[in-house]
Design a protein around this ligand. Structure first.
Ligand SMILES: [Ca+2]
Length: 313
């Protein structure tokens, strides 16, 4: 009986130990490679994580990073890689103890971190914000070197961690650009403003990320009946009425393309820009996202010439 007890205790201990180890690895961002490309192996579903609130107006999230060890392997898949910030929400900073702020929307912080560091690839970053909302941290794994010392290509997609501070009302969903737009959806920012009694009371902005769990997810402190005006870069805005509460799906389709200066009108200024940059690859004149300024861009502007976004009305 005594022996059985001891066995039971050690089995429970083993399970607890395994669960503990698994839990940590499930949450850590683990880097490896796939098809000759540096990538994030886990978590495969790009996460939405709740920040903790140790005191009022402080929201924290611990993000662990490490190299992936495939089943049956004795060591890591990678020798080294760089964690490159691609985009981060204003108001969110990623700190590392004894290093300081590594990630932020300021160009005065490094905004990348090379692994391994100090002899180990396992590091923790504390992301912090001081207001409720949904924050975004977009990263790419670059400069990868595999376990045999071979150089790897950079990650082709962008990995997104959504961080939820507090319990804001949320909108999430898909974003459909104009059929004329052929570029990457990620190159376009989505700006969502909430309007009440003729003035904007809340707003959020982030790049659309087609690889994330939701292409967009935004948090708002505003509740109740509002006009929601969404504007996708280069496109004219669209507007819907919503009663904001909890987490609600709102898919967007933007049919009208050709706003080069983001004033939500397609007019002479847009025509002038396309004309000015014609036959170049300047992004200000590239409406369709093919990195060329040509007849396609001119055609889009001419087709919708004189129109303004629904948010303008
Ligand atoms: Ca315009």
């Amino acid at each position: 009986m005594k022996q059985r007890c001891a066995l039971a205790v050690s089995v429970v201990g083993l399970i607890l130990f395994s669960v503990g180890a698994l839990a940590q690895h499930e949450l850590d961002v683990l880097y490896g490679y796939e098809n000759g490309m540096t990538t994030v192996i886990q978590p495969q579903v790009q996460p939405v994580r709740q920040m903790v609130t140790p005191q009022p107006n402080t929201y924290l999230l611990d993000v662990g990073m490490d190299f992936f060890v495939p089943e049956g392997w004795q060591g890591f898949m990678l020798r080294s890689c760089r964690v490159q910030q691609v985009w981060i929400s204003p108001g969110l900073v990623g700190n590392k103890s004894r290093v300081g702020t590594v990630f932020s929307s300021s160009s005065t912080t490094p905004n990348y971190f090379d692994l391994p560091y100090g002899g180990t690839p396992h590091h923790h970053f504390i992301f912090a914000a001081n207001a409720p909302g949904v924050y975004v941290f977009d990263l790419k794994a670059t400069n990868g070197v595999d376990f045999q010392g071979r150089a790897l290509a950079d990650m082709a997609h962008v990995y997104r961690i959504y961080m939820v501070a507090g319990n804001p009302n949320r909108l999430y969903g898909t974003v459909q650009p104009s059929a004329r737009y052929v570029g990457s959806l990620y190159d376009l920012n989505l700006r969502v403003g909430l309007w009440s009694n003729g003035s904007e009371v809340d707003r959020s902005e982030q790049p659309v990320n087609p690889w994330a769990i939701y292409p967009y997810l935004m948090g708002f402190r505003t509740s109740g009946n509002v006009e929601v005006v969404a504007k996708l870069q280069k496109h004219l805005s669209v507007k819907v009425s919503r009663n904001l509460s909890g987490m609600q799906r709102q898919d967007w389709a933007f049919a009208v393309l050709g706003d080069t200066n983001e004033d939500d009108r397609i007019d002479e200024e847009d025509l002038q820009r396309v004309a000015h940059f014609f036959a170049s690859s300047h992004p200000s004149g590239d409406v369709t996202g093919d990195s060329k300024v040509n007849l396609d861009d001119l055609l889009a502007v001419l087709t919708y010439y004189g129109q303004s976004g629904q948010g303008m009305r």
